[in-house]
Write a protein that binds this ligand. Structure first.
Ligand code: ADP
Ligand code: MG
Length: 424
């Protein structure tokens, strides 16, 4: 079974959770009930708490994080819920409503890269990364239930990892910062799962805030900023179009692209491509071997697009993101070459139907496309993309309307309200 087939199976199970018109995050204590109930059935007794960590879409800044550059993601309202309870015997028991229907039983002491395969490697890797960093953590019973589409380029993997990171932080009183939790989750994915991803997905899942995009500086994640992104107030909508394909060539190609960027930086005598300013681009391109030229051009222009997008948002002009998204897609398609026929068609059909701008989001080779549209144009744009897919013989895409939502948090018990200040 190739990855596309796996996606197809998963998609059928998730159709009911994924539709146009999602508004707000629909969460709160109410949503914590289901995973807590299932937890009781699986493990007996109540969980210590229920946490949520969101998926994300990146507005602009793709393939820049591993070049120490910039990105501008928002968290999605769709989250991975985790009902969790600490254990004192060093056992780690894992179950997911989207997993293999079994409880995976591990020991914290036995965790090592390569020792865990399949989906359980993501959560187990976070526990391993915490122990590696010297944190005194033990075992836990963990049950996951996610509304983040899996393998759709919306970062279900980071949602899974970051749910564990925030839950463990609370269960074991670690008091780590958001960027520290994100780095732990990234280390799990890099060293335990074996995916050489940058830090954007984990930073988005932990550090995003409702109503804002996260201005990420991947070199110093602790210096991130929150940029107001008032879609609704400006009469705009952001469609997320899941193409429902993920092409197999993605995994090896990602590592090759990353290696190409690192080679280019070394040839230019720079720590990372982030250190090449736009003014220096023409000279640098003349000095590089031909095969590295389009990679470097994408990264440098993409970083500039993030800076431009942040300026426009800070001026209160979210509609000005449209042309920036379109340029970003062209750069990923023509220079970085990580788009595919399905994402190219979705972006083109959305633009032709009146979107202000559209681009693939995430690593590429399938996954999702975002389209910025005027309020009221959602159905026309979504319908045009669906019709174009049908005409091309592709499976129908799934489309949702995203709002910038909150990062990872505890849902239950509700965080205590701040205590009243004592009279002076
Ligand atoms: P994306 O992060 O874009 O969704 P990835 O390929 O990076 O795609 O991660 C998808 C993988 O993460 C799945 O194949 C599965 O192993 C794991 N995963 C994510 N969410 C869950 C979940 N709720 N339950 C079990 N496994 C999950
Ligand atoms: Mg992922």
């Amino acid at each position: 079974m190739n990855r596309t087939d796996q996606r197809d199976d998963r998609a059928n199970a998730e159709d009911t959770r994924f539709g146009v018109g999602v508004e707000g995050d629909g969460e709160g204590d109410g949503r914590a009930g289901r995973p807590a109930d299932t937890f009781r059935q699986l493990f007996g007794g109540a969980p210590d708490g229920v946490w949520a960590a969101p998926g994300r879409v990146n507005l602009i800044g793709e393939h820049t994080d591993y070049n120490d550059g910039f990105a501008l993601p928002i968290a999605l309202p769709q989250t991975t819920l985790l009902a969790a309870r600490a254990r004192t015997d060093g056992l780690l028991r894992l179950h997911s409503a989207q997993g293999d229907h079994r409880i995976t039983e591990l020991t914290v002491a036995g965790l090592a890269p390569g020792a865990v395969t399949g989906w359980a490697a993501y959560p187990a890797g976070v526990v391993w990364a915490l122990t590696e960093a010297g944190h005194p953590v033990g075992g836990a019973d963990l049950h996951f239930d996610s509304a983040v589409p899996v393998g759709a380029g919306l970062s279900s993997s980071a949602a899974l990892e970051c749910a564990v990171a925030v839950a463990y932080d609370a269960l074991y009183g670690l008091e780590l910062t958001g960027p520290e939790l994100a780095r732990t989750a990234q280390r799990a994915e890099n060293a335990f799962v074996g995916v050489p991803c940058g830090i954007m997905d984990q930073m988005a899942s932990v550090c995003c805030t409702a109503g804002a995009a996260l201005h990420l500086d991947a070199r110093t994640p602790e210096h991130h900023g929150q940029v107001p992104f008032d879609l609704r107030g400006q009469g705009l909508r952001l469609l997320v179009i899941d193409t429902r394909v993920s092409h197999d060539l993605g995994d090896g190609a990602y590592a090759a692209l990353r290696a190409g960027c690192e080679r280019a930086a070394a040839l230019l005598g720079l720590p990372a491509l982030r250190d090449l300013p736009a003014e220096g681009l023409p000279g640098a391109l003349r000095a590089l071997p031909g095969e590295l030229v389009p990679l470097v051009r994408h990264v440098v222009t993409e970083n500039a697009r993030v800076t431009e997008a942040v300026s426009r948002l800070r001026e209160g002009d979210a509609a000005a993101l449209g042309p920036i998204l379109a340029e970003g897609h062209a750069s990923l398609r023509d220079d970085y070459r990580v788009s595919c026929p399905e994402t190219d068609l979705a972006a083109a059909a959305a633009q032709d139907a009146g979107a202000l701008g559209a681009r693939m989001t995430g690593g590429g080779f399938g996954g999702s496309v975002i389209a910025l549209v005027r309020a009221g144009a959602e159905d026309a744009v979504g319908g045009a993309v669906t019709a174009a897919f049908e005409a091309a013989g592709y499976r129908a895409p799934r489309i949702l309307s995203a709002v910038p939502a909150a990062g990872a948090r505890r849902l239950w018990p509700s965080p205590a309200p701040p205590s009243p200040e004592s009279p002076s």
